[in-house]
Design a protein around this ligand. Structure first.
Ligand code: F6P
Length: 550
């Protein structure tokens, strides 16, 4: 694997030259000019169709992008990741989330040792626990069945399960409701607990490190809430932990018998496939959780074996590079036309921006390329009445990802088709736009005077030529969700490989955490060191201190 930036390679120069040519091309012309477009740019993996036809890309573009992937050795990097090699070089560890959902018989080794027996043992432990909770043989301290499970965690120990539990609402079991507490803002915990009964509430303290301040603060407050109602003896029956830090779990006061282990070789933002997914299995069933893993595994197999030209996560990662680096586009919108995917944009924000928001290459040299786009979005059709105006007529082009199920998991079939129609229409409108001649003809047909048309027409013109991908599938099942999320993970891996960065570390989050530790005692006067800080920071600290001292 080369240490030379891809920009020094002939394959990149060819892509750059082609980018200049494509600046004058229209997406709708690409579709019209290519009778094979649906075959070449629309991909099907199992139940999932990924329509890339509405991209500013020709067959030549895709072939040049694939050449860039070859020059960057993306396939070798991918194989190293699957093989458990140390791909997270700054933290000196593998990134083996694919092992957590590995369904085959093959060994997956780290330092020569097969990790699969431990992976399977953790899944067995989760299955047994879910069955006991669902059947009521594992109860709270008073013998009452659990009716609520509260996952206390943040970042990767929150966003994945939170997103998946919401996404799988139609598959929820009747007797147990899942809740998520992540923010150190005390309102998050108190708002959640206010509706719950301590006797029937189970807490999962989810933290790989078991050192994350927010999580431990919330977990302590939850323990107080429970002990105040049921006594200290009740805590053991109501608290379990997911962590790789057995000592931290024990110090907190949770018996390690009630701990679900998390291997060191899985990163937080890729951890929902293992024990961090416990709340998903509890909210649905362990069988549904396994279907989620199965979907992800099938996507892994596709990513691992398909040639670059037919490898959908790779092609999407390459298109991300195309827009970010060749066209200079700064953001990427994720627009699920699915109310249950409300939390998908937030989940993908961490997946993309914590992975690829880097400014140096693996070897520590500054990258000469822009890296992570800003990922944002929210479900349609709500977004249409909020920010789509900017998508259609703003001065910034935003590539969009649409996701939609062809039929609803509920029974309002006709209303669901209203949603689908809107989704398809948005991608069409973004691509086609509306030119001035058409706008003027429409206004004239409405009987508008020429002078009024002159004034209004520019405001109604939509430039179009705005690219998008559409993910479409029969229903949002656990299996489909697993495929979609794994596809995104591999897409981010691909673009990060081209950028030459470590996609598995997150050093940038450390400084703020450290500073907060120092600021905290200054706020209640326990430490008087604010004068050593800059005037703005010291002023803010003083303001809070004066307020709290009143
Ligand atoms: O602050 C970033 C981070 O380290 C994430 O990468 C991680 O998902 C999150 O914090 C939570 O960490 P932990 O599971 O160790 O509490």
């Amino acid at each position: 694997m080369s240490d030379t930036p891809i920009t020094a390679d002939a394959a990149w120069r060819a892509l750059s030259d082609h980018g200049r040519v494509m600046a004058d091309v229209r997406i709708d012309a690409c579709i019209e000019d290519d009778p094979d477009r649906l075959t070449s740019m629309r991909h099907t993996i199992g139940e999932l169709t990924v329509d890339c036809c509405k991209h500013l890309a020709t067959a030549e573009t895709m072939s040049l992008l694939c050449a860039v992937a070859r020059a960057a050795d993306v396939e070798a990097l991918r194989d190293a990741m699957f093989a458990g090699e140390c791909v997270n070089t700054t933290e000196q560890r593998p990134a083996l989330h694919t092992a957590l959902r590995h369904r085959g018989d093959a060994r997956v080794c780290v330092d020569g040792e097969d990790v699969m027996p431990d992976v399977r043992a953790a899944l067995d432990q989760m299955r047994a626990f879910c069955t006991a909770v669902h059947e009521g043989t594992r109860t709270g301290h008073t013998g009452a069945r659990f009716t609520a499970v509260v996952n206390i965690g943040i970042g990767g120990s929150d966003l994945g399960p939170r997103m998946a539990v919401a996404a799988l609402k139609p598959f929820h079991c009747d007797q147990l409701q899942a809740h998520f507490v992540s923010n150190v803002d005390p309102s998050n915990l108190s708002d959640t607990l206010s509706a719950l009964d301590p006797a029937t509430t189970l807490f999962i303290v989810s933290s790989k490190s078991f050192g994350t301040k927010e999580t431990l603060t919330n977990a302590r407050a939850a323990r107080r809430w429970l002990a105040d109602a049921l006594g200290d003896d009740a805590v053991a029956a109501h608290f379990v932990a997911v962590s790789s830090n057995a000592r931290g779990v024990a110090e907190f006061g949770i018996d390690t018998e009630h701990m679900f282990p998390m291997p060191d070789w899985v990163g937080g933002r890729h951890s929902m496939w293992g024990t961090i997914g416990l709340s998903i299995a509890l909210a649905t069933s362990f069988d549904h959780f396994e279907l989620l893993l199965q979907g992800a595994y099938e996507m892994d197999e596709h990513f691992r074996t398909a040639p670059i030209e037919a490898n959908v996560p790779m092609l999407l990662g390459l298109l991300d590079v195309w827009y970010r680096n060749i066209h200079g586009l700064q953001t990427l919108a994720v627009l699920p036309y699915d109310h249950h995917l409300t939390h998908l944009p937030a989940y993908l924000q961490q997946a993309m921006m914590e992975s690829a928001g880097k400014r140096v290459r693996k070897d520590g040299r500054a990258t000469c390329m822009d890296t992570s786009p800003i990922l944002w979005g929210q479900p349609g059709t709500n977004g249409q009445h909020a920010f789509h105006q900017m998508l259609h007529q703003g001065t910034t082009v935003v590539p969009c990802d649409f996701l939609v199920a062809m039929s609803s998991c509920g029974d309002a079939a006709a209303q669901h088709l209203d949603l689908v129609a809107n989704c398809i229409a948005q991608s069409e409108a973004l691509m086609r736009g509306r030119d001035e001649a058409r706008v003027r003809a429409d206004l004239a047909a409405q009987g508008m005077a020429e002078a009024d048309i002159d004034a209004l027409a520019p405001h109604k013109v939509m430039p179009g030529n705005r690219p998008s991908t559409t993910f479409i599938y029969p229903r949002l099942t656990p299996h489909v969700l697993g495929m979609v999320v794994a596809l995104w993970e591999h897409r981010i891996f691909t673009s990060s490989a081209i950028w030459g960065i470590d996609a598995f570390d997150q050093w940038g989050v450390e400084l703020g955490k450290q500073l907060a530790l120092g600021i905290r005692p200054m706020l209640d006067g326990a430490d008087d060191g604010s004068k050593a800080r800059d005037a703005s920071t010291a002023g803010l600290i003083d303001l809070v201190r004066q307020h709290t001292e009143k």
